[in-house]
Design a protein around this ligand. Structure first.
Ligand code: DX5
Ligand code: ZN
Length: 225
């Protein structure tokens, strides 16, 4: 079995008591914190920035923080999020003029780097930079909002990305984001994902541990690959 990670998205958490809510979801068995950054420019919505990331660190959150930048341009925020305690920083290649440079900036700042692909985007941008990427994130909804439905064509794309990773022999995580929950996490894993973002499926339920347990039970049934 792959080393699966469950990454609750803070977008669906209670912003008025974010530290407590993130602490609770980690105590309930989550592995990493998915931190969605929206700028009302690359995507229509507006969320949180580096100050909130460092507030979580100051509150005592020690789990990896997976910063998903839905912002354009990207570069100015890289150093700010690295200073704020980000572990991963992922961005959309169509939001950066110089993708290779942005990837290098992220690693030079001491973080793990990643590229994010929208539902209609091909994986072509990976061709020349795969060795500079620690995470590939496939969006299974259009970015901007939580609570949307999973787009099924993501499964084919996960297969494609998994093949690329396995053929490269590189240590790259394959994350899927949008509309993930107990009902489809197994299909996403069988298509090759190893890191699962879930916002509303987890924070929308009263018992986080129960949902996370259901997700892990589904993962335990993934057919061996
Ligand atoms: C969408 C965000 C996602 C989103 C996931 O733009 O990147 O992380 O919050 O939320 P759910 O799991 O509710 O689709
Ligand atoms: Zn996200």
């Amino acid at each position: 079995m792959r080393d699966y990670l469950i990454a609750p998205s803070i977008l669906a958490a209670d912003f008025a008591r974010l530290g407590e809510d993130v602490e609770a979801v980690l105590a309930a068995g989550a592995d990493i914190v998915h931190f969605d950054v929206m700028d009302n420019h690359y995507v229509p919505n507006l969320s949180v920035g580096p100050m909130v990331c460092s507030a979580l660190r100051n509150y005592g959150i020690t789990a990896p923080i997976d910063v998903h930048l839905m912002v354009k341009p990207v570069d100015a925020l890289v150093g700010m999020f690295a200073d704020a305690g980000a572990s991963y920083i992922t961005f959309h290649p169509d939001a950066s003029t110089h993708v290779d440079r942005t990837l290098q900036l992220i690693r030079d700042a001491g973080c793990k780097s990643g590229l994010v692909f929208n539902p209609a985007s091909s994986l072509d941008a990976l061709q020349y930079v795969l060795d500079k990427v620690d995470m590939i994130l496939l969006m299974s909804v259009n970015p901007g909002y939580g609570g949307q439905s999973f787009i099924p064509s993501t499964l084919d794309k996960l297969h494609e990305a998994r093949l690329l990773i396995d053929q490269s022999g590189l240590d790259i995580r394959l994350e899927v984001d949008g509309g993930i929950g107990p009902a489809n996490i197994r299909a996403a894993a069988e298509a090759g994902a190893d890191t699962f973002v879930a916002g509303s499926a987890i924070f929308g339920k009263p018992d986080y541990a129960d949902v996370i347990r259901n997700m892990r039970n589904e993962l335990a049934q993934v057919k061996s690959q």
